[in-house]
Design a protein around this ligand. Structure first.
Ligand code: FES
Length: 134
């Protein structure tokens, strides 16, 4: 069963949408289920000032994208890079075991968007690897 927090994010997802001229955009897919998540970041002076997402996926994928965007806004790029799917799940009071893989999409989409940002800026971000091309 989903926690109340997960259900609340599914019911009212935060930060759904797109950012025009985003500083970084990351799109990832879950090979297990075919679901897709895209995350947009606005970054000014190394701080994430806005984050939006579009997810074509299950409730857990939507809730984790929603929670992840809330978590990254106001963080520096380096702080955002440290956010793991475990942190996102904790913010949602956990996910049922068969849904843990869904939370990986949020971490991967965030990293893919930060990778896109680093490529556009021509900067090296320690600990960041290029996203899988699938
Ligand atoms: Fe596909 Fe959850 S079942 S992301």
């Amino acid at each position: 069963m989903y926690s109340n927090k997960v259900l609340e994010h599914i019911d009212k997802p935060r930060n759904v949408g797109e950012i025009e001229n985003a500083s970084g955009v990351g799109t990832v897919g879950n090979a297990r289920c075919g679901d897709i998540m895209r995350m947009y970041l606005s970054i000014e002076d190394n701080v994430i000032t806005d984050a939006k997402f579009k997810t074509f996926g299950c409730g857990a994928a939507i809730a984790t994208s929603s929670a992840a965007t809330e978590m990254v806004i106001g963080k520096t790029v380096q702080e955002a890079l440290k956010i793991t799917n475990q942190n996102v799940m904790e913010a949602l009071d956990g996910l049922p075991a068969p849904k843990v893989h869904c939370s990986c999409l949020a971490e991967e989409a965030l990293h893919a968007a930060l990778w896109d940002y680093s490529q556009k800026q021509g900067i090296f971000l320690e600990g960041l690897k290029p996203p899988d091309k699938g």
